[in-house]
Each structure stands twice: as C-alpha cells, then as structure tokens.
Design a protein around this ligand. Structure first.
Ligand code: NAD
Ligand code: UFG
Length: 346
C-alpha cells in the first residue's frame, strides 16, 4: 500500500532527473521541496514546474554542504523523506578536479546525513542517486545488483564511497530506510518539452550531442569506435526514459514507506530497461523521430568506454512493482521536442 502524502525534499531537484521526478511526485499527491545551489541548473525551474503541473513549488537555494541550512530546511518543512540527486556527474571532469567531486558528492552526502540526524523529527527515509558506473567493466550481462563493483574513475568512486557510507549507516541504525538507485543511461524529456537535459558547453553524453547535431547547433557526431564486440561494432547501452526513471523514484519512496510492510535498511536497485541499443541504432531512431539527418564520422574509441552495458531489471520489477514503459521512439521524440523548445523557445 502506498503512503499518504509526504513532504519530500529533493536535493539537486532543479537538475535534469530531479525536475522530472518533482513533477511525478507532485502529481502523485506528494509535496515537493527543491534544494539546489544551481551550479548546473536554472533557478527559474520552479516557474517551469508550475507551468507543467499548475502547482507552485518551494525552491530553496542552498548547498548540500551547508549542514545548518539543510537542518533548518528539513525542520521548517517537516520533511518526511529526502531524494538526494545533488552532485557533480561528469566522468572526464572528475579525473581533472577529483577533490571537487569528493567534496560535492561524498562530503555533501555526509552533510545531508548529519542534517537529517540533527533535525528534531529525524527523518530517516532516503533515496540516493547512484549509477551503473559502479559496476565498472561488466563481467556478465545483463548486470544484476550482485555484480561486483569496481569504479574506474573518481566520479564512480564517489558513488561507491557513498554507497558504503549508507550501508554502514543502515547497519548502525536499523531504523533508516534507504534506497540506492543505480541508473543506467537516462535520456529523453517531459512530454511538454519544457524540461529536459540541457548541458553547459559541449555535451559529454550521446543523446544531447545527437539532438544538438540534429538541430544544427553542432556539425557532426563523433562515433567513438565501431570495432567493439557488438552487433554493429558501436557501443551498446541501456537507455532509459527520464520519465520512467522519475516514476522509479516514486516507486522507491512508496516501497520504503509502505504502510503494510515498511522496508527498513538499505535496498539497492538497478533502474534500466533491460535492453541495449547501439550508438548507430540511437542515431537512426533520432533521425526518424526528428525528420533531420544526423551526420557522423567514426572516431577512435573514447578512453574508459566499455562495449556493452545493460541492466537486469528483475529485482526492481519484483520489489518495487516498477518497470520502464516508454520505448526508444518516445525517448527520441521527447528529447527532440525539448531540443527544439530550447533552441527556439517555441
Ligand atoms: P544535474 O547536474 O542535471 O542535476 C544535479 C543538480 O544538483 C543540479 O541542479 C546542480 O545544480 C545540483 N548540485 C550539484 N552540486 C550541488 C551542491 N553541492 N549543493 C546543492 N546542489 C547541487 O544531473 P542529473 O543528470 O539530474 O543527475 C542527478 C544525479 O543522478 C546525480 O547525483 C548524478 O550523479 C546521478 N546520475 C546521473 C546520470 C545521468 O546520466 N544523468 C546517470 C547516473 C547517475
Ligand atoms: N558516444 C559517442 N559519441 C559521443 C558520446 C557518446 O559515440 O559524442 C558513445 C559512447 O562511446 C558510448 C555511448 O555513446 O558507447 C553512450 O555514451 P554516454 O557518454 O552517453 O554514456 P556512458 O554510458 O558513457 O556514461 C553514462 C554517464 C555516466 C554513467 C553511465 C552509467 O555519463 O555518468 O552512463 O549510468 F555512469
């Protein structure tokens, strides 16, 4: 049984995944509070979310390393549960400024946990944004949650450190209810086209890069390698629609607070679709959805990339009663709608 309406704080809630989750939670009857320092998002997100849902959102400007402000925010708004999205996420950048990554991600999480413990009502329900990057180079496919972890870059190691901290906390105090969600490759946008992924500078990830080529902002896509052991030689990933991902967070909050059987302790779930698409399949699907051509050329492999990666979704389906519903066409069409809106304001 799902819980009644909860007050849910979203750290990093104005970012890509957080903003979509805010919409889904609000529409499911929860009250959403966004806490963000806007280092990678737009402070105007509250207005956009109101335009989508017809409801106002509380947006608080703050850094997750500001424990006192977090504690005050948790208390003033009687927060029942926290979804912790806030963090830095660029793999390449994490090797250049690792200390910033550890400070934002690891120290930021410790600060949040301290604030939750210090708040007078001590909220102990937490959903954490982890990543499939914690699996490193896959030893078998599909990857289930028992697959060994081995991060290959500082960003991934911040996620692993945080997972270990959360595991230790749940062992020390069994009243915590923690869901650690390992996302595969989030893509797509809200059907309104008003929110989506709009990276600063040159996109690191495939889908925003393809969208910017299709809209004419970038000249061509570099396909990083066509000699992998995959059906067409290009890299295979488990792309998941961001709206499905957002619904996965709703399912996780409901699971942790289930009125019949509350799920205490630490629970780790993959959030993916269970199927992989190659870079070339993504390009073709995007061309079909947008009606635009996406020029590309084959470039050398990108350092650190793996051939294939896709999730076993059995655990999330069984425990959360959640599975991804939207297909590749929807991922591409919604991403294209958002890209056009971003470029033209239409
Ligand atoms: P995003 O950058 O769009 O959102 C993160 C938000 O956190 C931004 O709004 C940013 O301003 C905010 N933020 C960063 N540091 C902060 C701090 N110290 N204090 C307060 N706010 C801060 O990223 P996203 O794609 O929405 O990712 C959300 C989470 O999911 C991240 O933790 C990321 O590591 C994780 N994740 C993302 C992906 C992906 O491909 N997008 C994959 C796996 C995991
Ligand atoms: N690719 C290209 N050209 C590009 C960008 C990507 O060919 O310009 C290829 C990559 O080589 C890979 C595939 O497209 O085969 C997907 O690449 P992304 O950069 O979009 O995604 P990754 O799987 O490399 O990594 C992403 C996030 C990580 C996260 C991981 C697992 O960037 O943070 O998914 O969730 F950890």
């Amino acid at each position: 049984m799902s819980p009644a309406s909860l007050n849910i704080l979203l750290t990093g809630g104005s970012g890509y995944i957080g903003s979509h989750t805010a919409v889904v939670l609000q529409q499911a009857g929860h009250r959403v509070f966004i806490y963000d320092n806007f280092c990678n998002s737009d402070p105007a997100v509250g207005h956009t979310l109101q335009a989508i849902t017809g409801h106002p959102f509380t947006v608080i400007e703050g850094d997750v390393r500001d424990t006192a402000l977090l504690q005050q925010t948790l208390g003033e708004n009687a927060i029942d549960a926290v979804i912790h999205f806030a963090g830095l996420k660029a793999v390449g950048e994490s090797a250049i400024i690792p200390i910033d990554y550890y400070a934002n991600n690891v120290q930021g999480t410790i600060s949040l946990l301290q604030a939750m413990q210090a708040a007078s009502h001590q909220p102990k329900t937490l959903v954490f944004s982890s990543s499939a990057t914690v699996y490193g180079d896959p030893q078998y496919l599909p990857i289930d949650e028992s697959h060994p972890t081995a991060a290959t870059n500082p960003y991934g190691r911040t996620k692993l450190h945080i997972e270990e901290i959360l595991t230790d906390l749940s062992k020390a105090d069994a009243s915590w209810r923690i869901a650690c969600l390992r996302y595969f490759n989030p893509v797509g946008a809200h059907p309104s086209g008003l929110i989506g992924e709009n990276p600063n500078g040159l996109p690191n990830n495939l889908m925003p890069f393809v969208a910017q080529v299709a809209v004419g902002k970038l000249k061509e896509l570099n396909v990083f390698g066509n000699d992998y052991e995959t059906p067409d030689g290009t890299g295979v990933r488990d792309y998941i629609h961001v709206m499905d991902l957002a619904e996965g967070h709703l399912a996780a909050v409901s699971y942790l607070n289930d009125a019949v059987q509350a799920h205490q302790g630490m629970h780790t779930f993959n959030l993916g679709t269970g199927r992989g698409y190659s870079v070339m399949e993504m390009v073709q699907a995007f061309e079909a959805a947008s009606g635009k051509s996406v020029p590309f050329h084959i470039a050398p492999r990108r350092a650190g990339d793996i051939a294939s990666c896709y999730a076993s979704t059995a655990l999330a389906t069984r425990e959360l009663g959640w599975s991804a519903k939207r297909d590749l066409k929807d991922m591409c069409e919604s991403s294209w709608r958002f890209q056009q809106h971003t470029n033209t304001g239409a």
